[in-house]
Write a protein that binds this ligand. Structure first.
Ligand SMILES: NC(=O)c1ccc[n+]([C@@H]2O[C@H](COP(=O)([O-])OP(=O)(O)OC[C@H]3O[C@@H](n4cnc5c(N)ncnc54)[C@H](O)[C@@H]3O)[C@@H](O)[C@H]2O)c1
Length: 339
């Protein structure tokens, strides 16, 4: 049985990927230091005899090398995402040093590395949709958010440098706006979880800027499907892939849709715009849409879950997760009760 190591396995994408790979008959070695991971995401995995957990930090090279023994693929998802919630230094060091340790471990095992990059690397490039050869346009160094994109750009470059020197196959995945079950319930998990909680609690949804900035949101099963294709297909080797849904929606549009799905009425009174200046020095990305021709053509990847359907599944999951966490949900949409 093929053994695959997943770093960041207690997080959103990692836990969903581990489930899907266990269902396909793989043996999984999970790595996480639980800094942002959720115990509830791990509980069902730990019960599976084909799952082995290592509570280690990816910056600990010796521990990571030991955990990787016998693994022919290392899927590297552990990272720090939003610098304004922690420290830009954590983001830069974890995403660079930690990633290098994964590459070193892969050399020892002769393993393939499939690692998460991000759509944020396209930064301020105004020319949407982005294909993998589009320019990566980063803003001012005194704006903390760019530490994340820069750390992932460095990681991508390092992967290809390791590939060239040591011959290990590598794949870099630029995910676009994932959401769904097991997502973090704070902004760390993205806008969906925060907006769903606000709607369930009948509180104002805070939208940053004027809300016209757009994103493309991808349901987790589509991301997982794409990752598995890059693990299993040699055609993915030594390439960067955009993985995402191509539907574009503004953040205000997302807030309105979530409000309507949860409360069944108009959200006009419930959306509050928060000026960017509130975050100190900040720059946002105004439009973000992937061109997924490469993943479609080489891997047969096609996103299948539309936004309304994915949000409904996420709302059902989030009500259950709140129950597990002891958070009461006084208002449950009637369509959820019927499910
Ligand atoms: N979720 C998305 O839509 C999205 C979009 C773009 C890129 N990504 C990338 O995909 C990957 C997974 O994202 P996610 O949303 O699942 O994030 P997540 O924060 O839910 O999961 C990351 C996991 O990594 C763990 N971790 C962090 N630092 C660690 C360290 N030093 N040692 C060991 N474990 C550590 C955390 O505890 C957490 O469980 C990340 O690399 C992220 O940058 C995600």
């Amino acid at each position: 049985m093929k053994k695959i190591l997943i770093t960041g396995v207690a997080g959103f994408i990692g836990s969903n990927l581990a489930h899907a790979l266990l269902d396909k008959g793989y043996q999984i070695v999970g790595v996480d230091n639980m800094s942002q991971g959720e115990k509830l995401n791990l509980e069902p995995l730990i019960k599976n005899p084909n799952f082995e957990m290592h509570y280690i930090d990816i910056r600990d090279e010796a521990a990571l090398t030991k955990a990787s023994v016998g693994c022919k693929t290392l899927v590297h998802l552990a990272a720090y995402k939003i610098p304004r919630y922690t420290d830009a230094l954590d983001t830069l060091l974890i995403n660079s040093l930690g990633s290098e340790n994964v590459l070193k471990a892969a050399i020892d095992q002769g393993a393939k590395v499939v690692a998460a990059s991000t759509s944020d690397v396209y930064g301020k490039n105004p020319d949407v949709p982005f294909n993998e050869n589009s320019n990566l346009v980063i803003g001012n160094p005194d704006v903390k958010r760019w530490a994340y994109a820069i750390s992932k750009m460095f990681e991508e470059q390092m992967m290809f440098a390791y590939q060239q020197r040591y011959g290990i196959p590598v794949v870099a995945l630029r995910f676009f706006g994932g959401y769904g079950p097991n997502q973090n319930l704070t902004w760390w998990g993205g806008p969906q979880s925060v907006f769903i909680n606000k709607a369930l609690d009948n509180e104002e949804i805070e939208v940053h800027g004027d809300g016209s900035q757009t994103r493309s949101f991808t349901f987790i099963s589509d991301h997982v499907n794409g990752i598995i294709r890059t693990i299993e297909q040699d055609a993915a080797n030594n390439l960067v892939f955009n993985l995402g849904n191509t539907r574009e929606i503004s953040i205000t549009g997302l807030a309105q849709l979530i409000w309507r799905l949860v409360r069944g009425d108009d959200s006009t009174q419930k959306i509050k715009l928060i000026p960017y200046e509130t975050f100190g020095k900040y720059e946002d990305v105004m439009r973000r849409i992937p061109d997924i021709t490469r993943a479609r053509t080489l891997l047969g990847f096609e996103p299948e879950v539309d936004l309304e359907d994915g949000l409904r599944r996420t709302i059902i999951w989030q009500i259950e997760r709140r129950r597990q966490l002891g958070i009461p949900t006084p208002f449950i949409p009637s369509w959820v009760e019927q499910n």
